[in-house]
Design a protein around this ligand. Structure first.
Ligand code: DGY
Length: 329
């Protein structure tokens, strides 16, 4: 019988990461990479001290109660709305995530989506692929400028600030943002960023970017009422989490051209996508890939592994979410 602690790697990940974990642990790796149902997750966690997981696995009081040997859950994601942190803390289970390593990559993608929506890239590509391009026209797929426009950011954490830098320093955009806490003046000044209330953000943004973490309080932060406050020429980009936007209300607003265009990387109930979003033309849709570059996914997996190894071998996990669990041990 091995003296190594047992861990679950809940989804497929770089083989070298599994190999590295195997030097420390008895690893049960879900090499088939089929997302585990809740009962399957509970079954695979039996006898496991740690779990290397992604946003697809949910941990709440019920799962924790069924897995009493679990001591640490390491999310390979910066967002952790799949983890009930209060329940994990109460159960003495440490949770970790992967901040920082994906900030610039995710900001690049958010900016790309915003530009694609503003300049109607997906819509015009579909038109071309359908063989409908017969001639040049002065108003063919005219969109709106990104340079010099007003960039509105809802949620001004690390990724929000990285997007603001791109907009302000690279594209000469005016930056307005809304966040629970205002940035210190020395962080606002180089970006020319201005804190505004949510209503002002909605009214002033030419391009609105959502980068706030999901919480029940953030559910449908952008619904019909908020969309109605936006400019008819505005675009909306969501790289935060599904559920922050009311997808049905967004589809209706796009169809009725109450806003000009949208770009979504995240969806309510993903990987399902609301049927209405699939039929509106003025939208760019991507399958939750904002952090998906090879280098960044390697960095995320590496950091999640660092956390798991440290947590179960007496080290200090680099990026804990509920460090009070460590302090209490
Ligand atoms: C994150 O890191 O939160 C990304 O959305 C990937 O899940």
């Amino acid at each position: 019988m091995s003296s190594k602690p047992a861990v679950l790697v809940a989804r497929a990940v770089f083989p070298e990461v599994v190999e590295r974990l195997s030097a420390h642990f008895e690893v049960d790796a879900n090499v088939a990479d089929t997302p585990l149902s809740r009962p399957q997750l509970i079954e695979r966690l039996q006898g496991k001290a740690g779990a290397f997981v992604t946003g697809s696995e949910r941990f709440d009081a019920e799962v924790l109660a069924a897995c009493p040997q679990l001591r640490v859950v390491c999310n390979m994601a910066v967002g952790y709305n799949n983890l009930d942190i209060a329940a994990c803390t109460a159960a003495g289970v440490l949770c970790t995530n992967t901040p920082d390593v994906l900030t610039e990559t995710t900001a690049d993608f958010g900016f790309a989506l915003m530009m694609a929506a503003a300049r109607r890239m997906a819509e015009s590509e579909h038109f071309l692929r359908r063989g409908e391009w017969k001639t040049w026209r002065y108003d063919m797929f005219t969109g709106s400028d990104v340079h010099g426009a007003t960039l509105g950011i809802l949620g001004m954490g690390r990724i929000g600030q990285a997007i603001a830098r791109r907009g302000a320093l690279g594209f000469g955009m005016k930056v307005v943002y809304h966040n629970r806490s205002r940035l210190p003046a020395e962080q606002e000044a180089p970006l020319g960023a201005r804190w505004v209330d949510k209503a002002t953000l909605l009214a002033e943004a030419d391009h609105l970017m959502l980068v706030l973490p999901y919480s029940p309080a953030a559910h449908h932060s952008i619904g019909a009422a908020e969309l109605a406050q936006m400019k008819p020429t505005a675009t909306l980009t969501n790289i935060a989490r599904g559920g922050i936007v009311d997808d049905a209300a967004l589809a209706a607003a796009l169809r009725e051209q109450r806003i000009a265009a949208a770009a979504l990387d995240v969806f309510e109930g993903e990987p399902s996508v609301h049927a209405d979003l699939l039929t509106v033309p003025n939208i760019v849709l991507t399958p939750h890939i904002a952090s998906a570059t090879v280098a960044t996914r390697r960095a995320m997996a590496g950091l999640a592994a660092d956390n798991l190894i440290a947590a179960l071998t007496g080290g200090t996990p680099p990026t804990p979410i509920n460090p009070e669990v460590l302090a209490a041990r």
